[in-house]
Ligand binder design. Sequence first.
Ligand code: ADP
Ligand code: MG
Length: 480
Amino acid sequence: MSKWEIVIGLETHAQLSTKSKMFSGASTAFGAAPNTQACAVDLALPGVLPVANVGAVERAIRFGLAVGATINTTSIFARKNYFYPDLPKGYQISQYEVPVVQGGSLTITTSAGQKTVRLTRAHLEEDAGKSLHEDFHGMTGIDLNRAGTPLLEIVTEPDMASAEEAVVYAKALHALVRWIGICDGNMQEGSFRCDANVSVRRSGEPLGTRCEIKNLNSFRFMEKAIEFEVHRQIELIEDGGKVVQETRLFDPDIGETRSMRSKEDAHDYRYFPDPDLPPLMIGDDWIARVQREMPELPAAMAARFIADYVLPAYDAEQLTASLAFARYFETATNIVGKANAKIVANWMLGELSAALNRHEIDIENAPISPQQLAALVTRVQDGTLSNKGGKEVFEALWQSGKDSKNDIDAVIAERSLQQISDEAALEKMVDDVLAQNPAIVAEVRAGKEKAFNSLVGQIMKASRGKANPSQVNVLLKKKL
Ligand code: ADP
Ligand code: MG
């Protein structure tokens, strides 16, 4: 029997980081008391009119340019009609036939190499309110604070062929929207939500019927949900059944997707242009300005890191995971010089990343500044600190915090971590150890490598780990 192929397309809702809503002046801040941030427009009171938020449109343009898409200079807001208690107008304002952003692509790197995922479109729309089913003694509460929040819905072609590819794409998109400053990417607060459309087919066959898994708000859940769904569909077909097009929900507690509702077709929504809003016109000069203000994008920056700092591709990619991380690297590297770039990268991808993960904080809040890391690297490079001593200083700086005036030389002195590099002092230690261990010395002279290492070990021990090991090696070789 021919092999199964997996087909996945993703729809992502990125909440745009504007202060006010898509069509009203109400605040978008997260966490306010229910229904305190819903104005007359969000509540759909009679006689109100929506006004498009320029900041949201500008963010859509920035996204389109970042993915090499076409920005439609005229696009249309449309009403998507459906009834739900958290949708007071009875329709959602979205874009249908002509979205603001069309086409474009995102290149991702998976374990199998590079792949380009084509984007179909990205359109502006408003979010709905929230239905709260818990803690209401069997009733449902409605919070309309979220109603009208600006979203950019980013739709891919069905180009992904595994759960891994879908997750890598979603992570790359997540990094990009944060990089260009259009979305805070906070998945717990719902600022970045993915729906996965999944189907399977035998090689060579046309596309199979898809199911849409809604509201995957973590990358781990996305991977699990897709894997479960693929297995479910294959088993269903192999048992002689048929996949029905439907919307499914992933239940993380049991690791399964289950049917939520049959999927509406577009015509069920009776889309039509919103007569309250004129066509969205975007002038070429506006697009040109946004292009001029575009920051260097992650792929370009990674390429520059490889070329300018002679870094391995892996390091360059890790360092450009976020703009803040990349800036930290460049700030530190500017201080210690290009020749030491790889050492800065090693500290950042090793010690610093581990500490950030362990304490679950972002680089923006790291208690060690790039200036301090640069000073640390300098002290390791000039031999003041051993690598081990460097790690101790790192830990001490981390504990004492960015704001403390703790300068690195003070920390080294306070903890007497200074490495012993003084020729005369080292020579004395070497001589002492040699005098105390005539038997081992004889073994070394007889060509036993292990014996040599044991002498190095003894000298390091005698210096309480502070002797400069490379100097000890040189001295020992000279003396033997
Ligand atoms: P809708 O309007 O119902 O959301 P679209 O045609 O816009 O449907 O497609 C939504 C998403 O589903 C897109 O990301 C698209 O790539 C994906 N998709 C479409 N057909 C398939 C399929 N057979 N298998 C997997 N994904 C699909
Ligand atoms: Mg859709």
